[in-house]
Design a protein around this ligand. Structure first.
Ligand code: NAD
Ligand code: TDX
Length: 337
């Protein structure tokens, strides 16, 4: 099997490439990534000389390039991780989210259709379902799509295009929707690595609103296993939810990190809420468990402790990705650096 992995220099894509190299000794991997601020070659330093791994610098919106790759390398499977992925950035600059997340997906679908690939998997998110109240039941795959941010709207549009290509052109597609991932190599604009870094530097911990918003957290390797199961065993045209069975409020997450890093709660600083901030996400994963025999293996406390340890032991990685443009972003978002 020849896999085209898009966005493989990012957080989940890079974890997936390592997972796939280990799991599937027949897979050849072609990683197409345009190297935005979130794409980092250091994420794959330990496998970049593996003869089954090939990197191609380029944009998923470039049809000629994608078409060329699919033909030249006889790609059988496409997994689309490439995206603009940060909600706060989508609020301040939505245009690039439309370009990459919608137009990029459309480009991949057109090239997949032209080249008759065996399977196309779209990596999607719980955010397409919108926001739950504290007491609503978890999202199932049949929930209405009610995205509320430019990021989640662009991901929803992409999902709808993927389904349209299944129904209209019989393209062999699968969609997976996952909750919030944690683990190594996550860019420190996201809650967990941002808070770990700030705690280490004794900087204020910016908690949006009153901190009561809830996210469901899943270890990135459980997500990778789910994607692998879905692309091999999933039913064409189907959607699979993944989640970690670990709903945690943001304030509890920050307190957990402070406790683990043995720092006091005085660093917590409540700041202006994210506009349109979704209150709660929670995933019903019974379909994936029933049909793919998948369930998350990482227990939250253990997975988080391992993750914190990784960030502490990989300070050089953190320093490298938080230099330059990151500091401009941080200043713009939170004021002081
Ligand atoms: P990320 O921001 O860490 O990485 C995105 C990668 O895509 C980067 O390497 C970037 O360079 C690349 N990229 C961006 N635009 C591109 C383009 N036009 N052409 C080619 N490459 C491009 O993102 P992530 O957190 O790893 O998320 C990966 C996917 O998983 C996204 O589709 C996201 O919507 C989805 N997802 C993420 C989470 C999460 O918790 N992080 C949860 C559910 C779903
Ligand atoms: O500084 C912060 N303070 C804060 O209170 C940051 C960065 C976040 N938050 C809150 C906002 C959210 O309620 O923490 C929660 C998590 O925020 P993010 O890490 O930005 O993730 P989220 O907005 O939930 O989206 C993530 O999960 C779904 C990913 O970024 C998406 O790509 C994925 O689709």
């Amino acid at each position: 099997m020849n896999f085209l992995i898009t966005g493989g220099l990012g957080f989940i894509g890079s974890n997936f490439i390592k997972f796939l190299l280990k799991e599937d000794t027949n897979a050849d991997i072609f990683n197409l990534d345009s190297m935005t601020y979130a794409g980092n070659h250091e994420n794959l330093k330990d496998i970049e000389n593996n003869p089954r791994y090939h990197f191609i610098a380029g944009n998923i919106c470039n049809f000629e390039l994608v078409d060329f790759i699919l033909k030249k390398f006889k790609i059988t499977h496409i997994i689309n991780f490439a995206a603009e992925s940060h909600v706060d950035r989508s609020i301040s600059n939505p245009d690039i989210f439309i370009e990459t997340n919608i137009k990029g997906t459309l480009t991949l679908l057109n090239a997949a259709k032209k080249n008759k690939i065996e399977r196309y998997l779209q990596v999607s998110t719980d955010e397409v379902y919108g926001s739950l109240s504290f007491t609503d039941p978890e999202f199932t795959e049949d929930n209405p799509l009610r995205p509320r941010s430019p990021y989640s709207s662009s991901k929803t549009s992409a999902d709808l295009l993927v389904l349209a290509y299944y129904h209209t052109y019989h393209l062999p597609v699968i969609i997976t929707r996952c909750s919030n991932n944690y683990g190594p190599y996550q860019f420190p604009e996201k809650l967990i690595p941002l808070m770990i870094r700030n705690i280490q530097l004794d900087k204020p911990l910016p908690v949006y609103g009153d901190g009561s918003n809830i996210r469901d957290w899943i270890h990135v390797l459980d997500h990778c296993q789910g994607i692998y199961d879905a692309i091999l065993k999933g039913e064409i045209g189907e959607i699979y939810n993944f989640g970690g069975n670990a709903e945690v409020s943001n304030i509890d997450m920050v307190k957990f990190l402070l406790k683990e890093l043995r720092k006091g709660e005085d660093l917590i600083t409540f700041v202006r809420d994210r506009p349109g901030h979704d209150l709660r996400y929670a995933m019903n994963i019974s379909k994936a468990t029933r049909e793919l025999n998948w369930k998350p293996k990482y227990e939250f406390d253990h997975g988080m402790k391992e993750t914190i340890k990784w960030y502490l032991e990989n300070q050089e990685w953190v320093d490298n990705v938080t230099s330059g443009a990151y500091l401009d972003y941080y200043k713009n978002q939170y004021g002081a650096t």
